[in-house]
Write a protein that binds this ligand. Structure first.
Ligand code: SIN
Length: 188
């Protein structure tokens, strides 16, 4: 699948019949909410793990030296902590542009901090997109992140902001926090 998902996303999970839709964010959408929203809540989804397995050519790296950003990988029993935003469906046009480097719209169930559940939308970069980099050990990932940068800034800022936000949410994501340790050493 092409890495540019802009066109295909316009035809997926449009929620046009609803006034407002819950969007689940688990990566930069947690710490960079540059879109209008009506409400923000801590939330989680089950059956998915957050992994720095997606390449970034357009935000945190370049075609020659891609950065690494997070996507979700199907993992039975796993729980991924993030943030849910209540948005107007028109916001997805703006988000499709931001997430165009490999991310597709999916419908998902999510659970709020208080235990209530709802359905909404999540952007996932699946392994069949051409920007997908796949697994590497946490140290290798950190070394790649340490040197990559793109139009949205250094790749390191993405990881450090995400790790900080997850701590604020009370989440312990072992994958993210181990990369953070190696990254801080590499940046010294
Ligand atoms: C997300 O944050 O939910 C998607 C991945 C990203 O934009 O970093």
């Amino acid at each position: 699948m092409s890495a540019n998902t802009l066109e295909v996303n316009r035809t997926r999970f449009r929620f046009d019949d609803q006034d407002a839709v819950w969007l689940f964010g688990y990566g930069s959408l947690i710490f960079k909410a540059d879109f209008p929203f009506l409400e923000r809540r801590s939330a989680s989804i089950t059956g998915w793990s957050r992994r720095f397995w997606q390449g970034s050519h357009d935000h945190r790296g370049t075609l020659e030296a891609p950065g690494r950003v997070v996507t979700l990988i199907e993992t039975p029993q796993a729980r991924c902590q993030g943030v849910a935003y209540l948005v107007s469906p028109q916001v997805f046009e703006q988000l499709d542009f931001r997430e165009k480097n490999g991310y597709l719209r999916f419908s998902t169930d999510m659970t709020f901090h208080d235990g209530n559940q709802t359905q909404g939308l999540v952007y996932i970069a699946t392994p069949d997109n051409s920007a997908f980099l796949g697994p590497a050990n946490e140290r290798e990932i950190a070394l790649q992140i340490a040197t990559a940068a793109g139009p949205s800034g250094p790749n390191a800022d993405y990881l450090l902001h995400l790790a900080e936000s997850l701590r604020s949410l009370g989440d312990h994501d072992a994958h993210v926090f181990e990369i953070e340790i190696h990254l801080r050493q590499a940046l010294k």
